[in-house]
Design a protein around this ligand. Structure first.
Ligand code: ADP
Ligand code: MG
Length: 270
């Protein structure tokens, strides 16, 4: 398939160059002691404007952002602040009206639909508020849909073990709770060992206790696999699990702060 100059999707991602497993949150919790982080994904001056009749809705109004190797970033903001629009553009599901997007050495700014599809397939794991599992397939089969077409995937069984569902592999979605279905969706997202994990309100449909379990899985995957992870939420206490928190409002970045130490999901209250 022809690729635009500058896009080399046949270059494998250097998994070995990613940071190794990190100590548990709280053990060496200071971000200040970590080596300088390598940018994996970045955007500059992103604008997304929806024309609604006579009105322009500025969903994104000039966003600059970097996601570093191995970090857990939380994007916090109220409903309508542009979080999903931003995550969808970062993940190649949508394109900006203007601005630049870069993943590793690939400039995605003018990528074609085919190139964005390749980017998503190889490099991006998505988790959404609703789990989007196929009801007629078991947990294992839902994960295998992805691993069958991936380059160097985990076995579906390994991915499900990672999310604590090894003993539920042969269950159908309807036989699993909401939190368990979300964990299958996370297993499916990470089974291809993506360097990027993008989560849009992953606990949005879950009760508090179940939400904590899901965040715990996301936090552990970030820590153990070194997957650069962005988690969207409107729920401020969830931001405590992050290495860095970016707050969005009206399509703009309102604030950014690095955490002294990451909270364990189990210690969160909301
Ligand atoms: P969030 O995820 O923070 O709730 P969104 O990114 O979904 O915010 O939306 C940001 C703004 O863009 C909102 O005002 C929303 O109504 C608008 N918007 C999002 N998608 C569309 C669309 N497809 N068409 C028109 N307006 C949209
Ligand atoms: Mg949203």
């Amino acid at each position: 398939m022809p690729l635009a100059p500058g896009l080399h999707f046949d270059v494998p991602v250097q998994l070995d160059s990613r940071p190794g497993p990190r100590p548990p949150a709280g053990a060496l919790g200071s971000t200040a002691t970590r080596p300088a982080a390598r940018p994996v994904l970045s955007c500059e001056a992103l604008h997304k404007i929806y024309r609604m009749g006579e009105v322009d809705v500025r969903a994104l109004d000039g966003v600059d952002l970097v996601l570093h190797a191995g970090e857990l970033l939380v994007l916090l903001g109220p409903s309508g602040s542009g979080k999903s629009t931003l995550l969808n553009i970062l993940g190649g599901l949508d394109v900006p009206t203007s601005g630049h997007l870069r993943f590793e050495e690939h400039d995605l700014t003018d990528a074609s639909d085919d190139e964005l599809t390749q980017y998503r397939r190889r490099y991006v794991g998505f988790v959404f508020q609703f789990y989007n599992l196929i009801p007629s397939l078991t947990a294992r089969e839902n994960v295998a849909l992805v691993t069958d077409i991936a380059v160097d995937p985990l076995e579906p069984e390994e991915a499900l073990e990672l999310v604590g569902l090894k003993d539920r592999m042969d269950h159908f979605p309807a036989q699993l709770s909401g939190g368990e279905q979300q964990r299958v969706a996370i297993a499916r997202a990470v089974a291809k060992r993506p360097p990027l994990l993008l989560c849009d309100e992953p606990t949005g449909a879950l009760d508090f206790r179940t939400g904590i379990l899901v965040l715990d899985v996301i936090e552990r995957i970030n820590r153990e696999l070194g997957t650069a992870t962005a988690v969207i939420t409107h729920n401020a206490p969830i931001a405590e699990i992050a290495d860095r928190v970016i707050t969005l409002g009206d399509g703009r970045i309102q604030s950014e702060r690095a955490s002294e130490r990451r909270a364990r999901p189990a210690d969160l209250r909301w």
